[in-house]
Design a protein around this ligand. Sequence first.
Ligand SMILES: Cc1cc2nc3c(=O)[nH]c(=O)nc-3n(C[C@H](O)[C@H](O)[C@H](O)COP(=O)(O)O)c2cc1C
Length: 188
Amino acid sequence: MAKRILEPNTTLYPVAVVLVTTGGAKPNVLTCNRVASVSAEPPRLAISVRPNRYSHALIRASREFVVNLPAPDQQTLADYLGVVTGREEDKIATAQLKLAPALKIKTPLLADCPVNIECIVEREIELDSHTLFIGLVQAVHTDETLLDANGDVDVARAGGIVYACGAVRERPTGKFNPDDLRRRVKGE
Ligand SMILES: Cc1cc2nc3c(=O)[nH]c(=O)nc-3n(C[C@H](O)[C@H](O)[C@H](O)COP(=O)(O)O)c2cc1C
């Protein structure tokens, strides 16, 4: 196997791509691939968000977030939510997303995502380009058709997850056109 040395980067692919909802007076959603399961007892998820994202201030203010797992047919939605900012546009209205109430927190879930994980921010770690928000999982909602015989979520039953295969750079700048994505999420 012939190998080449690249400039340092995280190169951890394939990765899950998730849609993170934030609450407060005006809920918002951003796409994240810097997401990880970081402990089991109690369960914690961590997301890493750049300080200039609109969602960053919203998470910091509410101390909550919801990790919504999109199904493969929600890829255009994931791209749109990851290219357009809620600072300039109500993404939930444009993409006609349905919100549903969470069980334990105030931040709403994305009703049309098959899995939603409610988290309360336990701590934050500043990591130069990003802030790592470590969330304690409060409740997990799942489409019951995804449950296997042990009662565990089997994402293969939803056809997998968005971008489950292949390399994903953090932000497909240049590859995706916000106007085109906006038209597509509106079904135009
Ligand atoms: C596939 C994909 C993954 C992304 N992952 C992250 C991430 O982990 N952290 C982050 O801060 N931004 C990430 N982004 C970029 C944000 O989703 C994007 O800047 C978004 O417009 C921010 O929305 P907001 O300003 O409404 O919060 C990603 C974008 C895409 C398309």
